[in-house]
Design a protein around this ligand. Structure first.
Ligand SMILES: [Zn+2]
Length: 307
């Protein structure tokens, strides 16, 4: 009897551990219709098709792609937005020209957000495009700018799509294009493996920050970009995430987590993820695992590769 009870307890513990490690993640993709360099013979349309096929394979719909209307210049880039919406994904606002708030005035910035809306309406028709992703994750380098933009967004029914799971995925796309051009197989293998490693290592780092700040796992929001390597690796990344117990949720579901109601009030020239902004505003140090994670991103090696 005692042994059976012990066994039951053990079973419960195993189930609890499994449950506790399951996290919820909303995927978002930035810079539609075009991000980063194109490898030979690959079009923007082809990158979108590859990404959309991976989402479909994993039965993920309603993914917000944040657009810069300025880059919709030809049939190839128009196709990206059309295919995206036709396959059940959604579009949000990333400013018209990927504007840097640090280098621009708030009035210009707000005009730039508005300038992006006609194209969003054209492709989204009656669907809700009022989700905003700050380019470079920069939310304002003065209090006036930060407050004015937030006021504009909220007055116009926008929700801010903060980022809470990030591994600098954009760092890999241009080296990948270069190495494809050079047909450098060894470097391409390094690029793919390190992309996946960093994508996976981002999860415990985000969890450590979430536990530090909230003593729980928040609903996370992952940042990816519509780049050539992102598209190439998406299926594998999603497969690995599923194995780790990740459940994919929609952006509105993630934003229903009350953690996202916090305004950290951060005034910075450069961008930080939402969790890091809150951490800094509370004068807390980074957990070791977060430092190790950021140090492990091979940005120098990537920048030097296939030159
Ligand atoms: Zn961007």
């Amino acid at each position: 009897m005692k042994i059976i009870l012990k066994f039951k307890r053990l079973l419960l513990l195993i189930i609890f551990i499994k449950y506790a490690s399951a996290i919820e993640v909303a995927i978002t993709v930035d810079d539609l219709p075009s991000h980063g360099d194109l490898p030979n013979d690959i079009s923007r349309t082809k990158i979108a098709i590859t990404m959309l096929a991976a989402f479909k394979k994993h039965d993920i719909s309603g993914v917000y792609g944040f657009i810069n209307g300025y880059n919709v210049t030809d049939q190839d880039t128009k196709n990206v937005l059309k295919l995206w919406v036709d396959s059940g994904q959604l579009l949000g606002n990333h400013t018209y020209s990927h504007m840097n708030i640090t280098a621009n005035a708030q009035d210009q910035y707000i005009t730039n957000i508005t300038q992006n809306e006609p194209i969003l309406r054209q492709f989204m028709v009656d669907k809700n495009y009022k989700y905003f992703r700050y380019p470079y994750l920069r939310e304002g380098n003065t209090k006036d700018k930060r407050d004015a933009i937030r006021k504009f967004l909220f007055d116009n029914n926008y929700k801010i799509a903060e980022v809470t799971l990030d591994f600098w995925d954009y760092e890999w796309n241009n080296p990948y294009a270069k190495c494809i051009y050079k047909k450098d197989k060894k470097s391409i293998n390094f690029i793919k493996k390190s992309y996946l490693d960093s994508g996976i290592a981002a999860i415990p780092a985000a969890q450590a920050l979430s536990q530090l700040l909230f003593r729980r796992d928040i609903k996370y929001i992952l940042l990816l970009h519509i780049g050539a390597l992102d598209a190439q690796m998406l299926d594998q990344l999603l497969t690995q995430y599923k194995k780790l117990g990740v459940k994919f949720i929609s952006l509105p579901d993630a934003l229903s987590d009350k953690a996202y109601n916090i305004n950290s009030g951060t005034i910075r020239d450069t961008g930080y993820t939402f969790l890091n902004e809150i951490r800094v505003s509370r004068k807390l140090h980074n957990p070791d695992i977060v430092k190790i994670f950021y140090d492990s991103i091979p940005e120098n090696k990537l920048a030097a590769i296939c030159k």
